[in-house]
Design a protein around this ligand. Structure first.
Ligand SMILES: Cc1cc2nc3c(=O)[nH]c(=O)nc-3n(C[C@H](O)[C@H](O)[C@H](O)COP(=O)(O)OP(=O)(O)OC[C@H]3O[C@@H](n4cnc5c(N)ncnc54)[C@H](O)[C@@H]3O)c2cc1C
Length: 293
């Protein structure tokens, strides 16, 4: 199948993009890496009359510390999560998640802004930005604003972006030596969308958890924090009993859907298994690091 005919405009600045959006007579879409949008056009799931290519906007590129926060331009490609020294040092959770995103060819084109704006509930980076307590920098015809990743993902492919707005950057508090993180997912084959996945990041005092954020993907219409599980480990050492307590709360946090391959009960069971593995990893790291301190 081929996409329906559409007009194409290349924006060289944010203002350029907003002007093109304002002039558009029918439906229009921003185009970033094209790795979700182009297949969707080819399948005629979407048929906009105008594509506004935002991939050349300089303001949306680059990774670096700005005002004490790691600023990741929205056009940063998935592959750069694996190669950027700034990401490795200041946001290692993104690096841990990146190999699970699709395949190398898609990672070379797809952008972090695109995957967050799309809000596919099975995508890795939306859950990761929740675990990181990231802020999102958004520009629109009316100006710029910032919003927390918490609350941004409203539902299936639904976000807090207003029509015409562009996600310009992701802001992350830099990783501290007291922080620990882990990411994993269960998928039928490497590169497939996950049956269930999760990212965790927390601050430790020796072996004790000061605060921990746990975010799941593929367990509902949007990425979701496991807040009851987070409470179950706060202020405690991650012993097998504490990890079991956290696992036991997951049915309160997650409401996974049933599909042709995976029942709700199986998905919930796999989420518990995954959480056990992730917390076990943090516990081992905390024990080893604590021993050296
Ligand atoms: C075979 C295949 C397998 C895949 N597997 C995975 C996977 O396992 N995990 C995963 O996470 N993803 C996967 N993807 C999706 C891939 O990660 C995409 O790159 C990503 O979802 C979208 O990023 P993009 O830059 O390509 O956005 P585009 O495709 O260009 O755009 C996607 C949507 O977001 C909007 N948009 C893009 N950027 C912005 C912005 N800055 N501000 C506002 N709106 C914007 C567009 O208008 C469009 O609606 C897969 C894709 C394919 C084709």
């Amino acid at each position: 199948m081929k996409a329906r005919a559409f007009e194409y405009a290349k924006a060289t600045s944010l203002q350029d993009a907003f002007d093109a959006f304002a002039r558009a007579s029918g439906d229009c879409c921003y185009l970033a890496g094209g790795q979700s949008l182009i297949p969707s056009l080819s399948l005629r799931l979407q048929a906009p009359s105008l594509l506004i290519d935002i991939s050349g906007i300089g303001d949306m590129r680059g990774v670096g510390i700005v005002d004490g926060m790691l600023r990741i331009g929205a056009l940063t490609r998935h592959a750069e999560m694996l190669t950027s020294p700034e990401i490795a040092r200041h946001a290692p959770l993104l690096r841990l998640a990146a190999p699970h995103v699709a395949h190398p060819a898609i990672r070379n084109k797809g952008t972090i802004g695109g995957t967050i704006a799309l809000a596919d509930p099975a995508a890795e980076f939306p859950a990761v930005v929740l675990a990181l307590d990231a802020e999102l920098e958004i520009a629109g015809p009316g100006g710029r604003r910032r919003t927390k990743a918490d609350g941004f993902f409203k539902g299936l492919y639904e976000t807090g972006l207003e029509p015409g707005e562009i996600l310009t950057a992701i802001l992350v508090r830099p990783f501290d030596k007291r922080d620990r993180c882990a990411f994993d997912e269960l998928a039928r084959r490497r590169g497939d969308y996950a049956i269930v996945g999760a990212g965790v990041q927390g601050r430790f005092h020796a072996e004790q958890v000061e605060a921990l954020r746990i975010a799941f993907l593929s367990v509902g219409p949007a990425p979701v924090r496991a807040r009851n599980a987070e409470s179950a480990v706060r202020g405690r050492t991650l012993s097998p009993a504490v990890i079991a307590d956290a696992q036991a709360t997951l049915h309160l946090d997650l409401d996974p859907a049933e599909d042709a391959q995976t029942s709700r009960a199986t998905r919930l069971h796999l989420a518990r298994v995954l959480l056990g593995r992730l917390l076990g990893k943090l516990a081992r790291e905390a024990r080893n690091e604590g021993g050296r301190a």
